[in-house]
Design a protein around this ligand. Sequence first.
Ligand SMILES: [Zn+2]
Length: 231
Amino acid sequence: MAKWMDELVEYGSFGDVPVLVVAPHEGVSLEIVDGRVAKIGERGTGYLARLAARHIGGSYIVSHVPRMEADFARDPAELGKGARFKYNIDGEIFTLTSHRNPAYAGLLGEFHGLIERLNPRFLLTYHRMGGSDGVDLRFGFGRERQYIGGTENALEFKRRFLERVSGLEVLVSKLKLAGESEFILKSHYRGRVAGLVEFSSKLFRLGSGRIDRRVVRAARVVAELAAEWVK
Ligand SMILES: [Zn+2]
């Protein structure tokens, strides 16, 4: 079922529902930060993307390349120059430099080609955020919510989500984590609907290291709503 590019980018389709769920940051690398070893990456998001796609009969792509090497949510033209980003390690925020290795240029180009080839009508990217602000899930539709056609649509999407999932604190981002600098969305949203979904890291840690059932449900429901949105 799953196909691979260079054994690093996994993708597949479970049907012809035109929704694509991308997890660009599944890859993890060990880095020395402030004298400590830190695992940089968003493990678990690939699993969520895959199961969400399977749930609706859509498609998924998971990059297992660590973002420190090549950040698949950044501009390919910037690869090798280094991109600064904020990362939450045990509640402390650090500024790190990702996207450093030009050897991934070819693979990154193929990844963008694959998104165009799959040609979704609704494009989602799944991420995992440091959960210091108490929010469980954030939707990002760009600063003016232009990826979903404006604020009214963004709030309607959130309203429908909350009809099906309870017990989670959900926000539509305005500035922080709005997906404005997310190159996957920025470069592919035209002519389609697109959105960034940030799941709180807290939800990945509950229940002895297993992913919380609520986050699994949320990942499925977002894809479900996306499929209905473009039906
Ligand atoms: Zn991410």
